[in-house]
Ligand binder design. Structure first.
Ligand code: ATP
Ligand code: MN
Length: 440
């Protein structure tokens, strides 16, 4: 079927266009049939518009088409814009032609907001759930956030790269990897681009990647997924403080873009966002332990900070902050210690050049200065119980001019979750993968 092409988005229909012919395309959100006058509320990605058909003004043929319409039918409307005092938004469209491109059955879930559907059911019918204005808002904002981050990376002369997601060996050793049958062999899905991005600093100097990461962890929290989008960065000739400065800029830019370009979306979400002030506060791991102790949260030195502890800290600090200088024991092998790890007599007191960024009690990013000396790196691997022989190809790169470097991994969905104050990370992922969810 030949059909007319959209000339405008619904949001562009303003009273100033009074008298102009436009072609709109989208979905029937609502029909109001008052007999002699019929209204269609037409939805497209950008919003809603009222189509008004009055007997005597429009053809009987059009009235007949409207009578047969159902919710979510796909239509094209050619009509004349009319400024109107009574219409919502002060404007309506008087149809000259309506083409029905597809019919829709009654939906399995409510997208109109009269009944709140539970998240699992919404996710089961995700493609339909995504028609809800609130979801359109979330995913438009997500796209802007990625653009904000990308723009800032370019400003700092980072190059966007793409590294393999099917890999032969474990990135950071240990378990938690999904296996893949790779012809005759077993391969793994990458849990992070860590080793590749480090290697790339020896040539491209500053790289970033925005790509899926896979973790076969049997988590059942509201902030873990088994497939998530990781924003990774790695830069030669920088240390963890340089990297934290860049991360501040990225995050602030993301908030600023959303505030600047997503006012309509924020209104739909009923949200006002505050742009955080840079530089973000920094507090050392040791200080955190002391502070939490005073607040009645007992954390043994050398343990990770539990979520309950992070919540307490966020409530106290009230804005994004870094926990810096983590013990070597609980950071990955490539993390640089403040002193050469080979000279460290007391490992439990060995502090690394590392950080976690926390917003609203959730870890958003982890980063550090990395070890760039091959011997030191091998030594560190052994301390972590890893066999350097399994990393021969990676280690060899360190023989041919590996610069000092630093970097971070930032979870896109975690950032969106805290920025948009969503309760569950699944809400900000189009098609989440978790322990029990592999479809849709
Ligand atoms: P956590 O302790 O919260 O499980 P992690 O320290 O294991 O996270 P990293 O290896 O530091 O995670 O990964 C870098 C960033 O990627 C994290 O700070 C987080 O924002 C994001 N991230 C990590 N794991 C997940 C996950 N399972 N789901 C969603 N985002 C994740
Ligand atoms: Mn981490």
């Amino acid at each position: 079927m030949k059909y007319l092409r959209k000339t405008h988005w619904t949001k562009d229909i303003k009273p100033e266009l009074n008298g102009q012919e436009v072609i709109l395309a989208g979905w029937v959100w609502e029909i109001r049939d008052l007999g002699k006058i019929k209204f269609i509320i037409l939805r497209d990605r950008e919003g809603f518009i009222q189509i008004t058909a009055k007997k005597g003004v429009v053809s009987d043929e059009i009235l007949k088409v409207i009578e047969d319409l159902g919710k979510e039918d796909v239509i094209v409307v050619k009509g004349i814009v009319k400024a109107s005092k009574i219409a919502k938004k002060g404007v309506e469209v008087i149809p000259k032609e309506i083409q029905v491109l597809n019919k829709a059955k009654p939906l399995p879930i409510d997208i109109w907001g009269s009944v709140e559907t539970d998240l699992p059911t919404r996710l089961k019918f995700r493609a339909i759930d995504l028609k809800r204005p609130i979801n359109l808002a979330i995913f438009k904002i997500e796209s802007i956030v990625v653009k904000a981050i990308r723009d800032k990376f370019y400003e700092y002369k980072f190059i966007e790269v793409f590294t393999p997601k099917i890999i032969a060996t474990c990135t950071e050793g240990g378990a938690d990897l999904f296996t893949v049958q790779y012809f005759e062999r077993i391969a793994y899905l990458a849990q992070s681009p860590q080793l590749y991005k480090e290697q790339l600093t020896a040539s491209l100097e500053r790289v970033f990647e925005i790509a899926p990461a896979y973790r076969a962890e049997k988590h059942d929290t509201n902030y873990h997924l088994n497939e998530f989008i990781s924003i990774d960065a790695e830069a030669a000739f920088m240390d963890y403080f340089d990297i934290m400065n860049i991360l501040d800029e990225l995050i602030v830019n993301a908030y600023e873009y959303v505030k600047k370009y997503c006012q309509n979306e924020l209104a739909i979400l009923n949200l006002e966002i505050e742009v955080p002030k840079k530089p973000f506060k920094k507090i050392t791991y040791d200080e955190v332990i002391d502070l939490l102790k005073k607040r009645g949260v007992e954390v043994r030195k050398g343990d990770d900070i539990p979520t309950a502890g992070l919540k307490v800290l966020s409530e106290e600090i009230g804005e994004p902050f870094y926990i810096i200088d983590w013990p070597f024991e609980i950071r990955p092998f490539y993390t640089k210690a403040k002193e050469d790890i080979r000279n460290c007599k007391d490992l439990t007191n060995c502090v690394t050049e590392s950080f976690d960024l926390i917003i609203d009690g959730i870890e958003i990013s982890s980063g550090s200065t990395r070890i760039h000396n091959r011997d030191e790196l091998e030594y560190s691997m052994k301390l972590k119980g890893l066999n350097p022989e399994n990393f021969t190809e990676h280690l060899q790169v360190f023989d041919y001019g590996m610069p000092p470097h630093a970097g971070f991994g930032l979870g896109l969905y975690r950032l969106l979750m805290v920025m948009l104050k969503r309760k569950d990370i699944r809400e900000v992922c189009l098609y989440p993968r978790d322990r029990y969810r592999l479809t849709p």
